[in-house]
Ligand binder design. Structure first.
Ligand code: PAF
Length: 275
């Protein structure tokens, strides 16, 4: 496995890849089982596998946890090695950015609702770095978790709008045995908070039960979910949208995402369910 810290080193390492398909998994490190499932799928479906580890400053807002974001370089490298990664790209900020850059922006509607409304500017920075990483990796297939559903939708749109020659592969959410969606930020949760954090996945289970019982009215489902979310410290939103992120009045089976964002202790958590 080659560890490349500069663009030159990455380009040199890519010369050793002789196959036709390159799977790419961009990450911000602190790799967990959720990342591992992306690595495994990308490994299975491609001749080569590149992973990036870069805590991207432009997608953190003022006052967010950029400095405190968990960093576990040595453990991450070991995980990549075991997962059969060919190249780990680990640039620093100077490698990735210069001053006064040309930027792409998130779309005016879909980029500024839900996560985009609560974290204005986050998606601009995220798309900016993903665009760079997709170009740098020369990926044929790039793997993203459905947990960041809006991120996934915007990246898919960027690839379409900018005619980029890469296939975006959505991957299932990975949960712990109790149902908590895995996230690097879960390390911030204290024991009692871990229990209360389950209210996010429990609220989605509640929505599933209602839909399975034939309840499709979005307002009724949201009201019931909010009761379950009572254990969170602050609920930021419960939303029911179609796969294009347009608000729905009635759940459309096969075309709906139910999303929730809430604070539990230190971290802000998100989760969702695709129906
Ligand atoms: O989902 C993430 O970890 C990040 O947003 C990504 C896609 C690696 C871009 O920094």
């Amino acid at each position: 496995m080659i560890i490349a810290k500069t663009i030159e080193a990455l380009n040199e390492a890519k010369k050793s890849l002789k196959g036709n398909t390159i799977g790419f998994v961009p990450t911000m490190g602190a790799l967990h089982q959720g990342h591992l499932s992306l690595l495994q799928r990308a490994r299975e479906e491609n001749e080569h596998l590149i992973v990036s580890i870069f805590v991207n400053p432009t997608q953190f807002l003022e006052g967010e946890d950029l400095d405190a974001y968990p960093r576990k370089e040595a453990a991450d490298i070991e995980i990549c090695e075991r997962a059969g990664v060919d190249i780990v790209f680990m640039p620093n900020n100077d490698v990735m950015y210069e001053e006064d850059e040309l930027c792409i922006g998130a779309p005016a509607v879909r980029g500024y609702i839900l996560e985009g409304e609560k974290r204005p500017g986050h998606f601009d920075g995220m798309l900016q770095v993903v665009m760079k990483l997709l170009h740098l990796s020369s990926a044929t297939h790039a793997y993203f978790g459905k947990k960041d559903a809006q991120q996934l939708a915007l990246i898919t749109q960027m690839v379409k709008n900018y005619f980029m020659d890469v296939q975006i592969v959505p991957c299932e959410i990975v949960r712990d045995e109790k149902g908590l969606a895995l996230s690097s930020r879960n390390v911030y949760l204290k024991d009692d908070e871990k229990e209360r954090a389950l209210s996010l996945s429990d609220s989605l289970k509640c929505a599933t039960k209602l839909v399975m019982a034939g309840e499709l009215d979005v307002e009724i489902i949201k009201k019931e979910m909010l009761k379950v979310l009572d254990k969170a410290d602050k609920v930021e939103y419960v939303a029911i949208v179609n796969r294009e992120f347009k608000a729905l009045k009635q759940v459309e089976i096969g075309n709906t995402i139910i999303l929730v964002a809430a604070w539990v202790g230190k971290p802000r958590l998100i989760d969702n369910l695709w129906i």
